[in-house]
Design a protein. Structure first.
Length: 101
């Protein structure tokens, strides 16, 4: 799973991209977190290109109940929290969770 940001964001180098965000999920109880890394686009992520620096959240922390932690939707819950954080800066409806990459 990953997140596609469907709005233009400027990188620290001055390029405009619609970034593709990969989450490195680290599970702890009761708080779990995800490190968010952004790429120029999905093709750049898949090909192993370097990430880009954008002014979007780089860490999502999620407090989980035991049911959520051991439930079937753990990755979705963490991705949804990351989407909320990103959309606070990019606007509602600008992110899509990509399930098959």
């Amino acid at each position: 799973m990953a997140i596609q940001v469907n709005t233009t964001v400027q990188t620290s180098d001055g390029f405009e991209v619609q970034p593709f965000c990969f989450l490195d999920i680290q599970l702890y109880q009761p708080f779990s977190r995800a490190i968010l890394t952004y790429y120029k686009d999905q093709a750049a992520f898949v090909s192993g290109s370097s990430s880009v620096n954008v002014s979007l959240p780089s860490l999502a922390e999620v407090e989980l109940t035991s049911g959520e932690f051991f439930g079937p939707n753990l990755a979705t819950l963490i991705h949804e929290k990351a989407v909320e954080m990103i959309e606070e800066q990019t606007g509602p409806g600008t992110c899509v969770i990509v399930e098959n990459i």
